[in-house]
Design a binder for this molecule. Structure first.
Ligand code: BEZ
Ligand code: FE
Length: 281
């Protein structure tokens, strides 16, 4: 058979026709879209060979920075707003339900379980002491008893425990009581930079951006029969609320952390979970 003449115009169609036998329908759809958008990107930006190779090197280096403790691709997705976009498309908070936000790279499995009132800060210099209390309820205002609250935060030095070593600190798991209430002790969250010593950090500098996140406390709340909620509480008046490096701020999640006369700050929040539709309540 005669070989077809190369045509730049027909190339995209040829690549698409080459994947027409893909059995998995979802994979076919995703790959088709990916090829179309990638080709359109190259047509639009017209990279020189040198530029294209630089791009490939950047992606290779991003992979080389990934370890068991650090995923530079998640950071890229976060800082390009893709993580928040995927979250927005997947978690549609119904009327009155608490908004979700980005998970981030610092969640760890098997954080220590504490009784209500426990302190997730194991070291005095972690930061300013703080008490957080509130409830977990459903959209009809009914308490969710035994909901699991997985909580984590960085210290006043701007670092998470995993950035310093293997010891777990400033993270813990709590369960709501029969009335859906919880309270725990921690430190008032501080702003901190996302890890910026790698390729994503260079991308931020090159595009005129800062790496900072506003002060926040992470929550991952789960309960049988409810949609899992990954979210933060942001500190009202905190720095960088308007320019979070990962676009995670939603106004509904900004709360006051009020400093008491005893030097202990306090905040409260009532979380509302959505039923997951798999079980009638
Ligand atoms: C965080 O909040 O822990 C975080 C989220 C996204 C990227 C880096 C850090
Ligand atoms: Fe964080």
């Amino acid at each position: 058979m005669a070989m077809r003449k190369f045509s730049e115009k027909k190339l995209t169609g040829e690549v698409l026709s080459r994947i027409r036998k893909t059995k998995n329908a979802r994979l076919k759809q995703v790959m088709t879209s990916f090829i179309k958008h990638l080709h359109a990107f190259v047509r639009e930006t017209k990279p020189t060979q040198e530029e294209w190779f630089k791009g490939i090197e950047f992606l290779a280096e991003t992979g080389q920075w990934c370890t068991g403790k650090r995923n530079e691709y998640i950071l890229m997705s976060d800082t390009l707003g893709v993580s928040m976009l995927a979250d927005a498309l997947n978690y549609k908070a119904g009327a009155g339900a608490t908004q979700s936000t980005v998970l981030g790279p610092f969640h760890r499995e098997r954080a220590p379980a504490y009784p209500l009132g426990g302190n997730i800060s194991k070291n005095a210099p972690d930061g300013e002491p703080c008490v957080v209390r509130g409830t977990v309820k459903d959209a009809k205002g009914r308490p969710v008893a035994g909901a699991k609250l997985d909580i984590w935060e960085g210290g006043a030095d701007g670092l998470y425990d995993s950035q310093k070593g293997d010891e777990m600190n400033l993270r813990g798991v709590f369960r709501t009581d029969a009335q859906g209430r919880f309270h725990f002790r921690c430190v008032t969250p501080s702003s901190y930079p996302v890890p910026n010593d790698g390729p994503v950090g260079r991308m931020l500098v090159a595009t005129g951006r800062h790496p900072m996140r506003p002060p926040h406390l992470h929550f991952w709340i789960t309960a049988p029969g409810y949609k899992s909620l990954i979210t933060h509480l942001f500190v009202k008046g905190g720095k960088y609320l308007d320019s979070d490096a990962v676009f995670g701020v939603k106004p509904e999640l900004v709360v006051e952390f009020k400093k008491g006369k005893d030097g202990v700050a306090s905040a409260s929040y009532d979380f509302v979970l959505m039923q997951d539709g798999k079980r009638k309540k």
